[in-house]
Design a protein around this ligand. Structure first.
Ligand SMILES: [Fe+2]
Length: 453
């Protein structure tokens, strides 16, 4: 049901569309025991003294010891850094970069969720190029300064089923003064290698699996429905082709499979003893990470950065956090139903196909139904996954809408990757819709968790 003509040039619309797309595939080892290969992998890259970046919770898990033991066996000296801030900001990035400079490392290994891996990327970047982070952010938040030369080798080991950061050249942090988040995006930030070991999923709380799983789902959905690369102006020179280059035939492959796996396993993976589902969701996260690292996400993530930056102090039930915070995946899924109902008009076949892959009933559906079907199915999944149901549920009020629009409009890199133009008026409509998806008590009953295969 995919739009076969999705990548066909459309001279009437954009005679200067980019006919090329670039594939930056990560080098990955996936499977049980992968963490035990970390020492050998670093030695293969020529590393002898590395920064081992993690967070205190991960460092206390039973399986974490596999990493320092592997490094020791391989003769790789490591200095441990556990002061990563969950949902990092510029100050926490700079703190890690200082550790990095003082250590004079020749490599870095990150073991953790997106916050840890992004901190490692930023530490390597700012360790090599000291100064303000913002000069690397795209306009209007920064100057868009490119990374001038390759960074030292980085092996990334994800410990949640979500961010896909091990496969991307993106490092996201909070900008409290702008009440938003932003990502440094450059191919040279992508980890040199990823070690993806399902053993890490055994200790994840259900709330973390849910939040990161909905992030995976949105990575795949947004990359699959992004503006096609053929509808984006070509770069002035090849190295300036953006990471958010738009949907392309390569990223489509990972998106479809990641969506299928999310439809089948996301809700099942909330059960701590369902190791099959958690392993499959981790694989989906990796596929979606490869996809969005080569296509880019769009409106839900752009809106989510504003939501996260302006969120009232909130705690998500069961989510382990030292301070009130809105987990990234939760901030993304809250915006998604409204965003996809809006973008469906641009490529309804893709929205319908995605809904079907996620398990929605498509009998009798037409293109005109695509946005409604996908949006309603996402709301049912959110309810079944015990997620907050709308922005009001995490403390936002109508009076917050202007601030949300002001913060989201700064996310041009993401908004311009949507299949429809998104201006302030559209943003106001989307945030307004996301504030209350349905009157209290009117939400459809969630579907039962998929029975185990
Ligand atoms: Fe994300």
């Amino acid at each position: 049901m995919s739009c076969w003509h999705y990548y066909a040039p459309n001279p009437a619309e954009n005679p200067a569309g980019d006919p090329c797309f670039t594939v930056d595939a990560a080098s990955i080892t996936f499977g049980r025991g992968a963490l035990r290969e970390s020492g050998a992998a670093l030695r293969l890259l020529g590393c002898r003294r590395v920064a081992l970046i993690t967070d205190s919770a991960v460092s206390r898990t039973e399986w974490f010891t596999a990493v320092p033991e592997s490094l020791q066996r391989a003769g790789v000296d490591a200095a441990l850094y556990t002061e990563v801030r969950i949902e990092p900001d510029e100050a926490s990035f700079q703190h890690a970069a200082q550790f990095f400079r003082e250590g004079r490392f020749d490599g870095v290994i990150s073991v953790g969720g997106g916050s840890v891996m992004d901190t490692a990327k930023a530490a390597a970047l700012l360790g090599q190029y000291p100064g303000e982070l913002r000069r690397f952010l795209g306009p209007p938040l920064g100057q868009g300064e490119p990374v001038a030369a390759p960074l030292i080798p980085h092996i990334a080991c994800p410990t949640t089923c979500g961010t896909g950061s091990e496969c991307t050249g993106i490092a996201v942090c909070a900008l409290p003064d702008r009440r938003t988040k932003a990502g440094v995006a450059h191919r040279l930030l992508r980890p040199t290698r990823a070690l993806v070991d399902p053993v890490v999923t055994t200790t994840l709380p259900a709330a973390v699996v849910a939040a990161s799983g909905f992030d995976v789902l949105c990575h795949a959905l947004e990359s699959y429905t992004a503006r096609p690369h053929t509808r984006r102006p070509p770069p002035a020179s090849p190295e300036l082709r953006p990471l958010s280059q738009g949907a392309n035939p390569y990223s489509d492959i990972g998106c479809r499979e990641a969506l299928r796996l999310c439809g089948r396993y996301l809700l099942r993976a909330l059960a701590a003893d369902d190791t099959e589902a958690r392993e499959q969701l981790l694989f989906a996260a990796m596929l979606a990470g490869i996809a969005f690292g080569n296509a880019g996400v769009h409106a839900p993530h752009g809106m989510a950065y504003a939501v996260a930056g302006g969120a009232p102090e909130v705690r998500i039930a069961g989510y382990p956090a030292a301070r009130p915070l809105l987990p990234h995946g939760v901030s993304v899924i809250l915006s998604a139903p409204a965003a996809f109902q809006f973008t469906a008009a641009a490529c309804p076949e893709r929205h319908l196909e995605a809904a079907g892959l996620l398990g929605a009933e498509l009998r009798g559906a037409t293109a005109a139904d695509a946005g409604e079907i996908l949006g309603q199915h996402l709301l049912r999944l959110m309810a079944a996954g015990q997620q907050p149901q709308d922005l009001a549920a995490v403390g936002f009020r109508a009076a917050d809408l202007p601030q949300l629009v002001a913060a989201a409009r700064l996310q041009r890199r993401l908004l311009d990757n949507a299949p429809r133009p998104i201006d302030d008026q559209a943003l106001a409509g989307l945030f307004g819709a996301a504030l209350h998806y349905s009157p209290a008590g009117q939400q459809e009953a969630p579907p039962p968790v998929n029975p185990r295969a």
